[in-house]
Design a protein around this ligand. Structure first.
Ligand code: NBP
Length: 486
């Protein structure tokens, strides 16, 4: 038997589909799963007739792989990844490489990369986005870690990845050292949370304020999907969802789904990292919180009986309001991406990832959950200025947001007066208003900090870097003598 070019460990949803994707591009593969019965089922069904060789022990698995070995680990993130690495390590030889394609925390990937590189092995922590379909037909891949290992893997990864639209190449690039790949995947997921929550808020307003039915909602989202600004995978599937009829009840399925959202942690990790790095990402945080509060289903049902609010209502033309909601969605989306990209830029500096943000936007143009036409504009903005401090300052975005902010503000007024929570729309507008103002009320915050904790402050009439402290408890007489009112 010829040795296998590529090995996959873990035959759950993602492992199975990625294995078949690699095999379909002409690479002989080997597979292994901890529970042998799963491997047997895979071999008997989906791998039937394909160039796949199963192994039932890790020893056998490494034996049938050509050197340097290229092993993709697709097991549950966390301890299982460490367990697999520890079992594999003694069986591997210098130059062999392990790729972790799961949603691992970037810190873990950093640690594992250092540990394996120290033993002469290559380690690639690779974010994979696109779900089951993407894994099989072409995901967006975000590999980081050992660059030499990436170079060895590149011919395979560029073949299995999705293609970016407009012939913009395969959706894969070397992201950076250590945990860079998983960091970028984490922020991708944070942005995905933001996008999904913004769409949910637009839906809530159109359904519960404007009174649109599912057919109308389908038409609105289908129409938005034809526009340059909103054309995207998430808008497309949203349009589909509204027309899906449940066979059992003959009702739209979306109406029968419990309004309690799950999460697996990548959104929360994004928020934790943003707090650690001091980068505001309020829209993404709002999206994580919206899922959390949705999960308080029983409490909300009880509260709904005793805490009333206004009855949703609107004045004027429905079509005009739909267009305003579309503008609010787009402006909010720009703010959400501005936050996510700013977080990447800061992480790049802090962790020496040396991220190329234009390339990051390019590899999200296909395969992944946030794929969208709008990413081309983001890519261009960072090509024009790789050190752009904030996406909102890019010419591609600045004018659009200025032109549409009136509609955005009107939509928030409508939501507030109707009692409909729009945390991601609101957080985005607050972000915009805080970012664009040269004077914020934190002069008062600084005064308070100095008052109770002698934390000192800088003055607007003195050079930056000079710090002052005041004994704030003046007597009334002193205050009058100096004429001080501030
Ligand atoms: P799961 O996350 O459900 O993991 C199941 C796999 O992990 C099985 O093969 C299982 O083997 C193996 N495993 C476990 Br659990 N503990 C193990 C251990 N101690 N040693 C060896 N193997 C162990 O699979 P998935 O949904 O395919 O996801 C894989 C990774 O990809 C995850 O990190 C996930 O977050 C990420 N991801 C998933 C998606 C998605 O859409 N599902 C998308 C993008 C990324 P067993 O059969 O013996 O129990």
């Amino acid at each position: 038997m010829t040795k296998r070019t590529f090995g996959v460990i873990g035959l759950a949803v993602m492992g199975e589909n990625l294995a078949l994707n690699v095999e379909s591009r002409g690479f002989p593969i080997a597979v292994y799963n901890r529970t042998g019965a799963k491997t047997e089922a895979f071999m008997a069904e989906r791998a039937e007739g394909k160039d796949v060789k199963a192994a039932y022990s890790l020893e056998e698995f490494v034996q049938i792989l050509e050197r340097p070995r290229k092993i993709l680990v697709m097991v549950k993130a966390g301890k299982p990844v460490d367990a697999v690495i520890q079992q594999l390590k003694p069986l591997l030889a210098e130059g062999d490489m392990i790729i972790d394609g799961g949603n691992s925390l970037y810190d873990d990937t950093e640690r594992r990369t250092q540990e394996l590189e120290a033993t002469g092995l290559g380690y690639v922590g690779m974010g994979v986005s696109g779900g089951e379909e993407g894994a099989l037909h072409g995901p967006s891949l975000m590999p980081g870690g050992t660059e030499a290992a990436y170079k060895e893997l590149e011919p395979i990864l560029t073949k299995i990845a999705a293609q970016a639209f407009d012939g913009d190449g395969p959706c894969v690039t070397f992201i950076g050292p250590g945990g860079a790949g998983h960091y970028v995947k984490m922020v991708h997921n944070g942005i995905e949370y933001g996008d999904m929550q913004l769409i949910a808020e637009a839906y809530d307003l159109m359904k519960n304020c404007l009174g649109l039915n599912n057919q109308q909602l389908h038409e609105v989202f289908a129409e938005w999907n034809t526009t340059e600004e909103l054309n995207s995978f998430l808008i497309e599937i949203t349009a589909d969802i509204f027309k899906y009829i449940d066979k059992e009840t003959n009702q739209p399925l979306v109406e029968l789904i419990l309004d309690s959202a799950g999460q697996k942690g990548t959104g929360r990790w994004t928020v934790v990292s943003s707090l650690e790095l001091g980068v505001p990402i309020p829209t993404i945080y709002a999206a994580v919180n919206a899922r959390v509060i949705s999960s308080y289903k029983d409490e909300r049902e009880a509260a709904a009986k005793v805490l009333s609010g206004p009855t949703p209502k609107y004045d004027g033309d429905v079509k005009a309001w739909i267009n305003k909601i579309r503008d609010a969605l787009y402006c909010s989306k720009m703010c959400s991406y501005a936050q996510g990209m700013a977080l990447l830029a800061k992480a790049s500096d802090e962790f020496n990832y040396n991220l190329n943000l234009a390339e990051t936007a390019r590899i999200w143009k296909g395969g992944c959950i946030i794929r969208a036409q709008f990413l081309e504009k983001i890519k261009k903005a960072y090509i024009d200025n790789p050190k752009l401090p904030n996406l909102l300052l890019a010419p591609e975005f600045k004018q659009t947001i200025l032109d549409r902010q009136d509609a955005w503000r009107e939509v928030l007024t409508l939501a507030n007066s109707s009692g409909i929570a729009v945390p991601a729309f609101s957080s985005s507008l607050d972000y915009f208003d805080a970012y664009r103002r040269d004077r914020l009320p934190q002069n008062l915050t600084q005064a308070q900090r100095d008052y109770f904790g002698a934390h000192t402050y800088e003055r607007t009439d003195k050079p930056r870097g000079e710090f002052f402290h005041t004994e704030w408890t003046q007597t009334d007489k002193e205050s009058l003598e100096t004429g001080s009112t501030d």
